[in-house]
Design a protein around this ligand. Structure first.
Ligand code: AMP
Length: 249
């Protein structure tokens, strides 16, 4: 069984991003970049399935600028067998990413595609669902557990107020939620080994896919500052403030 894992290079989750002075987006120049945290979880799950003997090959794919090859090397250091880098000049929108992934799926024919539930840069939470729609394949989003048996995936998914378990036929698309697993750190020997694993580079312009942006960013602004809290001396004062200032009771 082949597993495809799309991994996105994003600003590291520890870094507080700032809005560009012209308000067109977030400043990324010179910032530490890492693999999207949900994609690390997706890679970990795929590698665990290979270690259990359920999967035979794990392929990581990334779409973006040439630097995204670092993200693919990280995926390979975690245990992915090979990488595919699709280079684009600008960061493509989820629909374009899904269409490019559709081409790779056509070539590789994976039984399972595990994506992150969302990329923490734009928080779109759309690519997995769009890919499932384009491919006409079953999907299970927000997975917190995946069991593979008899050509099906049993997936527990986090929903409001609980966990839902669904069974879908393979080939399928699953998106990884936070509690699916705890990703491993790539060890130094594995980082060295990953440098020798195959990495294919494809120019997006050579593929029959229209990746022109369809969305227009109107403006990007910092969230408004949170007002400082106050300490109240008594329950009576709290009730008075809730009633007359906050007007919530
Ligand atoms: P999004 O819909 O942008 O929130 O992204 C959801 C998931 O789609 C991510 O966690 C990745 O698994 C995948 N994805 C999105 N953009 C890319 C990209 N440029 N390259 C590879 N995978 C991506």
């Amino acid at each position: 069984m082949k597993i495809l894992v799309p991994v996105k290079r994003v600003v590291d989750f520890n870094i507080k991003v700032r809005v560009k002075s012209d308000g067109t987006g977030a400043e990324t120049a010179g910032l530490k970049m890492s693999m999207n945290p949900f994609d690390e979880i997706a890679v970990e799950e795929a590698v665990r399935l290979k270690e259990k003997g359920v999967a035979t090959e794990v392929i990581a794919v990334s779409i973006g600028e040439p630097k995204a090859q670092d993200t693919l090397r990280t995926a390979m250091a975690m245990g992915a067998d090979r990488g595919i880098l699709i280079t684009t000049e600008t960061s493509p929108e989820p629909l374009a990413v899904a269409k490019l992934l559709q081409v790779i799926v056509g070539r590789e024919n994976p039984d399972l595609i595990i994506l992150g539930k969302q990329a923490i840069d734009d928080d779109m939470n759309a690519t997995g669902q769009m890919l499932a729609g384009l491919l006409g394949r079953p999907q299970a989003t927000f997975a917190s557990k995946i069991e593979i048996a008899d050509g099906r995936a049993e997936v527990s998914r986090e929903i409001d107020g609980g966990v839902e378990t669904i069974s879908i036929a393979l080939p399928a698309i699953v998106t990884a939620d936070l509690r699916l697993n705890e990703p491993r750190y790539a060890s130094l020997p594995n980082i060295m080994k990953a440098k020798k694993k195959p990495l294919e580079t494809i120019d997006a312009a050579s593929l029959p896919v229209d990746i022109k942006p369809r969305l227009t960013v109107v403006s990007v602004v910092e969230p408004s500052e949170r007002k400082p809290g106050v300490k109240v001396a008594s329950v009576a004062e709290l009730v008075e403030k809730l009633r007359n200032e906050a007007k919530v009771i």
